[in-house]
Design a protein around this ligand. Structure first.
Ligand code: DQA
Length: 147
């Protein structure tokens, strides 16, 4: 792939509360600290990153539809388990997607075991806390470099 690669990172609903939200599940790192780590890694890897957080499903759909980036790293949060609309947006835009979760969704309540996004993603990283995002970014880059 030619030129500087661009990555879109989307944080879904309630992730703005990270740091104080169920710290026993999600840790104590805040969203701005996570974003700083993502930016640092992007700089190190020589890629451009755009980061969005929203609680609104339709806004996520629009961000994906209007995206100009080469790859998407998304934590769809609760919409993971419910959103046909986000899944359809990924398919329509044909954007290669890495799904990430801070917690291991398969070790939690049964309703979290199903992801509507995973079948249309390249793959999923779940359970590594903040590192899920950094591993997700690396996975996205390694996918792009092989293309
Ligand atoms: C989450 C897991 C989801 O089940 C939950 O609704 C979230 C966060 C995670 O990162 O572990 O909000 O996506």
């Amino acid at each position: 792939m030619e030129g500087m690669m661009k990555i879109l990172v989307i944080h879904g609903p309630n992730l703005v509360l990270l740091g104080t939200r169920e710290p026993e599940v999600y840790g104590t790192t805040t969203l701005s600290e996570i974003n700083k780590k993502i930016q640092d890694l992007a700089k190190e890897e020589g890629v451009e990153v755009k980061i969005v957080q929203t609680n609104h499903e339709g806004k996520i759909v629009e961000e994906i539809s209007n995206s100009k980036e080469d790859v998407l790293v998304i934590n769809p949060a609760a919409y993971t388990h419910t959103s046909v609309a986000i899944r359809d947006a990924i398919v329509a835009r044909k954007i290669p997607t890495v799904e990430v979760h801070l917690s291991n969704i398969y070790a939690r309540e049964e309703f979290r075991h199903k992801s509507l996004i995973a079948p249309v993603a390249i793959g999923q990283i779940s359970g590594f806390g903040v590192d899920s995002y950094l591993l997700g970014l690396k996975a996205a880059l390694s996918y792009l470099k092989k293309k």
